[in-house]
Design a protein around this ligand. Structure first.
Ligand SMILES: Nc1nc2c(ncn2[C@@H]2O[C@H](COP(=O)(O)OP(=O)(O)OP(=O)(O)O)[C@@H](O)[C@H]2O)c(=O)[nH]1
Ligand SMILES: [Mg+2]
Length: 298
């Protein structure tokens, strides 16, 4: 590979719901990370690999930063954030226009200790009409400028792709000469089974309320591809019997709806017909149990 190749790891961190997953999907051009309007959607670190001639940027999506993590799962999620600060070449810190949030002290310490280039992204600028945007943006920039006096601040809209090219070009200026880390025909490090589980989890966020999306974990045990269809078997784990009841619904109505919409999304992701079999099981207090979390891949 030519030595003029540039590549590096660019890790996206930021507050829950600030648009990290939206940004990585938009840049990669594939739906590698699920998006919902609810906070704490992303639970894992997900790589998205961006290739251009002689350029490879390995983006990493992370769970949103929480001030007071509850339960072992949220603590592990915050470990992912810290780890991603350590192995980044460049950090993208996402925030939202008009919001002035406080970075938890432990994350803050890590951020500045690393002495890595940080680009502050003020996302969702499309949400505010052009007339008021300037003032609110100025105010938000001023706030973050005090916290990150040495960093560049870039207003963006991940949803509308505003300033996406500018961001990519800025990142490229920070990259060092290095051969590509991954082959240039893959766009993520995650398996097909992971994407299936995440698509089902996204639909659970859409169709179920309150704690249900947060107490469910999906494991896809089987992903078998045939000539003209894919056969998939996934299990949804919940913490209690009552949650299982809610998930299945009266006469199985709710789970059928979940299955129906998940199949549509999985088919559109893999561009192939899908047969999906969903199973619901109880895994008591899995969010608080180290071994269970480990088995689930955390
Ligand atoms: N208007 C507007 N909405 C956006 C933009 N980017 C993201 N959103 C919305 O914000 C919500 C959260 O987006 P996500 O991409 O899931 O946010 P996240 O930071 O990954 O959230 P967590 O994984 O929970 O930390 C979704 O409803 C998105 O559609 C944007 O540029 N403009
Ligand atoms: Mg996310």
């Amino acid at each position: 590979m030519s030595s003029s190749y540039k590549s590096g790891f660019v890790n996206i961190i930021g507050f829950p719901n600030s648009g990290k997953s939206t940004l990585i999907n938009s840049i990669i051009g594939e739906k590698i990370s699920i998006i919902t309007y609810k906070p704490q959607t992303t639970r894992h670190r997900i790589l998205g690999i961006f290739n251009q001639p002689y350029i490879q940027i390995v983006f990493s999506d992370t769970p949103g930063i929480i001030m007071h993590p509850i339960g072992l799962i949220q603590k592990i999620m915050m470990q992912y954030v810290k780890k991603s600060l350590e192995d980044a070449d460049i950090i993208l810190f996402t925030t939202e226009i008009g919001r002035k949030e406080t970075i938890p002290p432990n994350i803050n310490k890590c951020l500045f200790f690393q002495k890595k280039p940080i680009i502050i992204l003020i996302n969702k600028i499309d949400k505010i009409g052009i007339k008021c945007r300037e003032n609110i943006l100025y105010d938000t920039i001023e706030y973050w400028n005090k916290i990150f006096p040495k960093s560049e601040i870039l207003p963006i809209s991940a949803l509308k792709k505003i300033n996406e090219d500018l961001l990519i070009n800025k990142i490229i200026t920070f990259l060092s000469e290095h051969p590509p880390y991954y082959p240039n025909d893959i766009f993520s490090n995650k398996s097909e089974r992971f994407f299936v589980s995440e698509i089902i989890r996204e639909n659970i966020f859409i169709f179920y309320r309150k704690e249900i999306p947060y107490c469910t974990e999906i494991q896809t045990e089987l992903f078998k591809e045939y000539n003209n269809f894919i056969y998939i078997r996934s299990t949804i784990y919940v913490e209690r019997n009552s949650q299982k009841g809610i998930l299945i619904g009266e006469k199985g109505k709710s789970i059928k709806k979940l299955e129906y919409y998940s199949v549509m999304d999985i088919e559109s992701f893999f561009k192939k017909k899908v047969q999906l079999f969903l199973n619901v099981k109880i895994c008591k207090n899995w969010r608080y149990d180290y071994n269970k979390l480990k088995n689930f891949g955390y």
